[in-house]
Design a protein around this ligand. Structure first.
Ligand SMILES: NC(=O)c1ccc[n+]([C@@H]2O[C@H](COP(=O)([O-])OP(=O)(O)OC[C@H]3O[C@@H](n4cnc5c(N)ncnc54)[C@H](OP(=O)(O)O)[C@@H]3O)[C@@H](O)[C@H]2O)c1
Length: 216
């Protein structure tokens, strides 16, 4: 089983993924900028998954110890946190879950990233790391309901095929969730932006939508 660190793991998405992946037997590390918030989030993950192997602390410690470094910070923190953690991450596998977006009076809106997508920005900032884009379409609230099976597909984009396969295997450790190969990292812009559309659909239907691709 893998060692997985969540950078910004104290938010709903990082905690939800940590719960699901701890439930399937991985050792998870909740990273934070403060020890107190990390400890609170560890307690919540353990409450949901009492049998879990769950640790927490400062983000750099998590990045140094993990096999997989999940990035679950808000879009406006993405660039700077990766610059800060570049040495700790080195050549590890980075799983980028970040959606470049803002909320304004019209609701959620995608924002442009110079590199094309958050995941491509991560790869540009971390040239030694193997960046994989995944998990954007799993809703944080649903993830945290660990007794309820998740539904939906996770589209995984990466340029390094063996690493993409490893992350697809991790995805499928979450009961009933299917991993789909979405091609290269350049396709991450489509999966990231699709999340913004899902948020509009959520608003219209008062739902927590995911996606299911048919025909494959
Ligand atoms: N929520 C969802 O359903 C969902 C679904 C798919 C994708 N995503 C994506 O996943 C990411 C995380 O979502 P979320 O809702 O969990 O986010 P969030 O609650 O807004 O933030 C997660 C954590 O990031 C850390 N953080 C905040 N500002 C930071 C900064 N300037 N520098 C460093 N760390 C900072 C905070 O941890 P500390 O204060 O403890 O350091 C915070 O608890 C986002 O990019 C989002 O687009 C979310």
């Amino acid at each position: 089983m893998a060692k997985i660190a969540f950078i910004g793991g104290t938010g709903p998405e990082g905690m939800g993924l940590a719960m699901r992946l701890a439930k399937s037997g991985n050792a998870v590390f909740i990273g934070s900028r403060t020890e107190e918030r990390a400890a609170e989030a560890v307690a919540k993950v353990l409450e949901a998954v009492p049998e879990g192997e769950v640790y927490g602390g400062f983000n750099p410690e998590g990045a140094e110890k993990a096999d997989f470094v999940f990035v679950t910070v808000p879009a406006d923190a993405h660039h700077d946190i990766l610059v800060d953690l570049a040495d700790a991450i080195a050549d590890k596998i980075v799983v980028d879950v970040v959606v470049p977006m803002v909320w304004d009076k019209e609701g959620p809106r995608a924002i442009e990233v110079e590199e094309g997508s958050a995941a491509e920005q991560a790869q540009a900032l971390l040239p030694k790391a193997k960046v994989v884009s995944a998990f954007h379409h799993l809703d944080a609230t649903e993830l945290q309901k660990v007794q309820k099976p998740m539904q939906g597909d996770v589209i995984v984009c990466a340029d390094h095929r063996p690493t993409k396969k490893k992350v697809m295997d991790l995805v499928e450790q979450i009961e009933y969730v299917r991993a789909l190969d979405g091609g290269g990292l350049a396709n991450s812009r489509y999966t990231e932006q699709l999340t913004v559309l899902l948020l509009h659909i959520n608003k219209i239907y008062k739902a927590r939508a995911g996606i299911r691709v048919t025909g494959v």
